[in-house]
Design a protein around this ligand. Structure first.
Ligand SMILES: [Zn+2]
Ligand SMILES: [Zn+2]
Length: 131
């Protein structure tokens, strides 16, 4: 490993650690703000590239909300309830839904489904109370 490989590895470890300690689904901006304290010279583009790399390797998961990439280290299969007002994402489990989705997945022609994630869109409690 040369110097630059070590640098990237350290960045990825920091980013992964940050995600593991973050309760929720941070955006690139959130991660950037979070890791900047330790990785003082990191750029937002580098944070983004590292997040993409980690997601590609299956170490984290990317969730797209209203065209914005959000990330999480929770790799357990789960579903999302997404607030259309503020973008809040709530994780929830439903074995029933997963089984049902996989059953339907078997009916798609010429396609083998490996996994399913179902998103539910609506208004979160906080936004509802503000109305
Ligand atoms: Zn909301
Ligand atoms: Zn999630």
């Amino acid at each position: 490993m040369d110097q630059s490989d070590i640098k990237y590895t350290n960045q990825r470890i920091e980013i992964l650690e940050f995600l593991k300690g973050f309760d929720g689904h941070p955006s690139v901006d959130d991660v950037y703000e979070g890791v900047r304290k330790k990785l003082t010279r990191i750029s937002k583009a580098t944070v983004y590239n590292n997040l993409k790399f980690l997601a590609e390797k299956g170490l984290i998961k990317e969730v797209n909300v209203k065209g914005v990439s959000r990330f999480e280290s929770n790799l357990e299969p789960h579903h999302h309830a997404i607030c259309i007002e503020c973008g809040e994402i709530i994780d929830f489990q439903s074995e029933e839904l997963r089984e049902y989705a996989m059953k339907i997945a078997g009916k798609i022609d010429n396609f083998k489904v490996e996994s399913t994630d179902t998103n539910f869109y609506g208004i979160c409690k906080k936004c509802k109370e503000m109305k």
